[in-house]
Ligand binder design. Sequence first.
Ligand code: SAH
Length: 223
Amino acid sequence: RSGRSAALRARMEERLLGARFRYLNQQLYTGSSRDAARLFRADPAAFHLYHRGFERQVRRWPERPVQRIVRYLRRRPASLVVADFGCGDCTLAASVRNQVHCFDLVPLSPRVTVCDMAKVPLAAESVDVAVFCLALMGTNLQEILGEANRVLKLGGTLMVAEVASRFEDTRAFLKAMTQLGFRTVSKDLSSSYFYLLEFAKTGPARPGPAPGLRLRPCLYKRR
Ligand code: SAH
């Protein structure tokens, strides 16, 4: 009997966690990166809850996108300096020999520099590779990608891994990226879970609206 009520309580707790995760997730995808920073600064426990939920989601995927980026970096010189925007638990930094600057809102690891990804403490043109792995969450995409452009050297690489269903018009998105100073080098749209896009910085971002630069919020279904 007590075994059954413990199981019931565990199931209720799971449900509650799931509901809070989906609520937080929705807030992150429907507000700006500044709103996200404010949210987690005010409530660090929410951040840890978010991460537990995130882990549970990606564990169901056949492959973690960050592993693709690890493989990519291992094929390139270890001397390249990397910036990981929205690094989470720093899996990337822990898996490669490169110097990796890790940015997130709350430190899940001592490697993390806490900041809003729209304003990272790096000098202009100081990194070779900028990474956004499931991290393009804020609605101020143009500002966030503009920041990546600022810190990247000319010819530097921008790697984006994003949930496939977030793209409503991939061509329009890639076209908008050219306006932000990024040429498409390769795109892997073969996974039904996530797209992997590689860009090269062609120059500074051009100001003005980039209407194609839109991603749907990634809302998880209740399970
Ligand atoms: N790149 C990691 C984590 C992805 S989850 C991986 O692939 O495993 C998305 C991460 O982006 C979260 O850790 C979240 O806290 C972070 N993030 C969201 N908005 C952010 C912001 N405005 N500034 C910095 N990090 C942010």
